[in-house]
Design a protein around this ligand. Structure first.
Ligand SMILES: [Zn+2]
Length: 247
């Protein structure tokens, strides 16, 4: 049996037996995993404050032969994100980010960029960056990493390239822009201004550090928000449970 050490974010925990904890955690190098922390509810020595939800920790763990469950040996807290825990709307948004990650990434699918995205989003939330902007950045980037990048290059109806001029509509079933000849703007096909399309394109394709410096005005947020909502609902096939706490 091999022991691994990974940076990980604690996504969920369940009480297990008298003193144990079942833990779902997202690692930087092995994706989302599940493990048992023996005595996790009592052992302050091996797991001091490091099995709290959302925490960034360094975990030592090993795979039990023939089982999907990992065995957690010990952990060390790296960041507790106190700024998220002390604010209800930030906590709700962080829980939503966790749920979206779980929905997009099955167990054991490794994605270093997704781990970095989650960590960076938590750091920004912790520092008190605007939740409305962070939500858009996270949703668009997470969907792109999960394989559902929105097509912003051409109309999904007639194939005409989008030249960055004039409004366009979002076609939910195609995850794509459509020109206004092919698709009329409506509640189910929300419209986007050229500036909103441009910003969304930058968010999808640039690293977090650069995307984070984008100046999203209220108009862009108002336009992009329903597009991402429709896109996520269609591609994941569900309305995420935690989404209701964000409105
Ligand atoms: Zn068209």
């Amino acid at each position: 049996m091999t022991t691994h050490i990974s940076n990980a974010i604690i996504m969920r925990t369940w009480e297990f037996g008298e003193t144990d904890l079942l833990v779902s955690f997202f690692t930087s190098d092995k994706g989302r995993l599940k493990g048992v922390a023996k005595g996790g509810r009592k052992s302050r020595k091996r797991f001091a404050n490091c099995l709290d939800l959302l925490s960034l920790v360094k975990l030592e763990y090993e795979l039990k032969r023939g089982r999907e469950l990992y065995f957690l040996h010990s952990g060390k807290l790296v960041h507790a994100f106190p700024g998220i825990r002390s604010d209800f709307s930030s906590l709700s948004l962080a829980s939503y980010m966790i749920e979206l990650t779980e929905t997009l990434f099955p167990l054991s699918v490794t994605d270093k960029e997704m781990f970095a995205l989650l960590k960076n989003a938590f750091l920004a939330l912790n520092e008190g960056k605007r939740n409305g902007v962070l939500r858009i950045l996270f949703e668009a980037k997470a969907m792109a990493l999960g394989g559902y990048r929105i097509n912003l290059d051409k109309c999904c109806g007639c194939g005409r390239p989008y030249a960055g001029e004039g409004r366009a509509a979002f076609k939910q079933s195609k995850g794509s822009l459509a020109c206004l000849k092919c698709e009329q703007e409506s509640k189910l096909s929300p419209g986007l201004s050229p500036d909103s399309v441009k910003v969304l394109r930058v968010i999808q394709s640039t690293p977090w550090d650069k995307a984070q410096t984008l100046d999203l005005n209220n108009e862009m947020i108002r336009e992009i928000k329903p597009v991402l909502k429709l896109h996520i609902e269609y591609r994941t096939g569900q309305r995420l449970k935690t989404a209701q706490y964000l409105e």
